[in-house]
Design a protein. Sequence first.
Length: 179
Amino acid sequence: MSLLPIIEAPDPILSAKARPVREDEFGPELLKHLEDMTETMYAAPGVGLAAPQVGDGRRILVADPGFEGEDGEIRRGIELVAMVNPKVTQRSKDKIKWEESCLSVPEFYQNVDRARVITVQWQDGTGAPHEKEFEEFASVVLQHELDHLEGVTLLEHTSRLKRSRYLGKRRKRAKKAAR
Ligand code: ZN
């Protein structure tokens, strides 16, 4: 297993729409990639990670919304999902709002309106199909990761002003680090 470097905004891969994983890409290599993504997510630490965040422009995500319990307990693996070519087939009309953060947008917090319940269809690393309903925090996490596959980050869910202020700050810091 190896940890993958996490790409941070602004980077064009985070704004690009991811492509579907092809039939011939399923198998051991993809399974290993899913494991690497999972380890990278836990090491960050985070509750979700989408492939574009590690420089892979394919429709893949991993998430473990139960990773850190409400009591701060670490419960690794219980709610873990690794999704290839995920598709939302149903979303509830009632919404939920959460203050979200993102491994690719460090030190940034944004309230986003999400569907409270979604149903997702996906394939695992072997190509087998799955379908499941997710609600509350799990639903929020998955919608956040699904956004990444459309090239959307929290910075697209915020005001122009807040976005340009954040990116300005990041640019200044990068310049300082380069000196
Ligand atoms: Zn994110």
